[in-house]
Design a protein. Structure first.
Lengths: 340, 340
């Protein structure tokens, strides 16, 4: 065989190899968002990612500044009939009750121990403050995370009869993964406890402890058997909700997000703050309009009113005005949970 | 030419290419810490990194958990005769003075405006609180970062006559880079302002805003011309010093560091907290014993006493007892600044 022929063969093999590799790559990454129905909502995500990753475009953003923030309850997992961490707190009250005989007659604990649903539905923020205070403090950070993990392993959602960590919205997991594949850092920004989410965030969302922004209790540095530990105190240090979400984002991340995802009034400022940046931005709100597969509540768009994850009509109007995308669970998601 | 000969030639070229690449790689990464003199201190760094990155060893740590925290003032840059951010605050007092005629007679501002060094040397923490309060608040986060950057561009160190950002310790930059090359996330954990360090951290240290843990003022979410902004309030939100460093590390990172670097009493708890973890850990303290090339202060080891970056003998004794490595600037660093 002549050299020319050999070189031709090599060139041909190279060509075939390249073609095969390209075909394979295409086959491997068909639709990054398979649980999303086709339509303008899904397109808004794809189009946003194209805009910030297209190096030749005017809205390109360097990977180091690609930040996306996700509210948790009602945005990445189920929050009805009650926030998961509130469920955890109620269970902890039952566990701790033997050590607190005074709770039998003392509100709000009396209502919890007596399973008085009517009274519990009327709990004020101050009541919840007391409940969270006694159930979430008095232990080290490590002990609290372990306790949270153990509870999550055994607790079951009253309707779905599954662990809460299986009630993650598959479409949102796909968005998180899709954004990370495109160089984004994804953060959970929750009004609930930072340490609670850190107990499972990496496993459930692929979000590392340093990428969880949330509310927190003060901690105290002290020594146990000569070893330093951080003890949780029954004292709120930071409230990461409403304006606190924008404040928390700056405090913990120090950069303005390019994309933010929420579902209730507590997320308004996070989305406003995100939208106030220049260039391409993506602000999305999950609307719970699927009572069949999940829950239906607003009161936006005439949906039933709720105290858990309220999405008001005013917020819905603001979303429209400011170009935020409202996700209809019913119409935009062909699958809600991975196990469906 | 026969096919066999062609293949031989290809194999030979491949061999030469591989050899050249390997030689180049070796030539490219000779000593990751060239500014460190040979000896047990330098070896402690190299040995620590080997231990946590050796997959077959008992102290291997996955990259996601490789966290290293660095104090800033006196550890990664010069802090004498006065902390850089205090210098910034003093300059700001002069700038703001025309708007505050009352400062001419009001302590501690009077002493600053009159350049009364004796009075300034006696400033209490409360005095500094007042000074930092008025000079570091009342503007948005963005305005404050810009103001910090502009000051750093024009300010000069009184002795070295160079920008403060050129007074970074080259050996510590090498350690940071070496750790990052080995999969570590490097954090600045400073008793000074988180936002101040964020203004230059990426450029100077290669440390992104989300990897700066520091003291902070409260911020307020408000609207300017309909756009949301975060305004800095004259109210301390978090004091990231002493026990605050361990608390801040958990708050912002949520993981225990594998390595921590400090130089003064404010770093004690950070090093203790780091050392209390299992496996391989590296705790290092910079001792300023080089009055010729930098400054000499302690009062550890009989060095002159100071109120700026105090390293007590008690801390030095604790370091010895707990296996922390004390770095002698004089003996362990053959170069202190990049421009030497």
């Amino acid at each position: 065989m002549k050299l020319r022929n050999v070189l031709r063969k090599i060139a041909l093999l190279f060509f075939i190899g390249t073609f095969a590799a390209l075909a394979l790559a295409q086959a491997k990454s068909p639709d990054p968002l398979p649980s999303w129905n086709e339509g303008p909502v899904k397109q808004s995500i794809l189009s946003f990612v194209r805009k910030v990753t297209d190096k030749s475009g005017p809205t390109y953003v360097a990977p180091k500044d690609r930040i996306a923030t996700f509210d948790q309850d009602g945005t990445t997992w189920v929050e009805h009939p009650l926030y998961t961490q509130a469920m955890f707190a109620l269970d902890r009250v039952h566990e701790l009750a033997p050590k607190h005989p005074e709770w039998k007659t003392e509100p709000p604990f009396k209502a919890i121990l007596g399973n008085d649903r009517e009274a519990m539905a009327k709990f004020t923020d101050a009541d919840w403050g007391k409940i969270i205070g006694v159930t979430h403090s008095g232990m080290t950070i490590e002990a609290f995370r372990k306790m949270s993990q153990e509870w999550l392993a055994r607790a079951r959602h009253p309707r779905f009869k599954r662990p809460y960590t299986e009630l993650i919205y598959q479409p949102m997991l796909e968005v998180m993964q899709y954004l990370r594949t495109n160089g984004f850092k994804t953060y959970i920004v929750t009004g609930f406890g930072q340490e609670f989410v850190r107990a499972y965030g990496e496993q459930v969302y692929g979000v590392a402890p340093e990428q969880v922004v949330g509310s927190s209790f003060a901690t105290k540095y002290e020594y146990q058997d000569g070893k330093p530990v951080l003890m949780r105190l029954p004292k709120v240090f930071f409230n990461d909700n409403f304006a606190g979400k924008a404040i928390g984002i700056n405090l913990f991340i120090g950069k303005r997000p390019l994309a933010a995802f929420g579902n209730s009034t507590g997320d308004r400022q996070m989305l406003e703050y995100t939208g106030a940046g220049g260039g391409a931005r993506l602000m999305m709100m999950v609307l719970h309009d699927d009572g069949k597969r999940e829950y239906a509540y607003g009161p936006a768009q005439g949906l039933p009113d709720t105290r858990v994850g309220t999405f008001t009509q005013a917020l819905c109007d603001q979303a429209k005005k400011q170009g935020w995308v409202v996700i209809s669970m019913k119409n935009d998601w062909n699958k809600i949970f991975a196990w469906e």
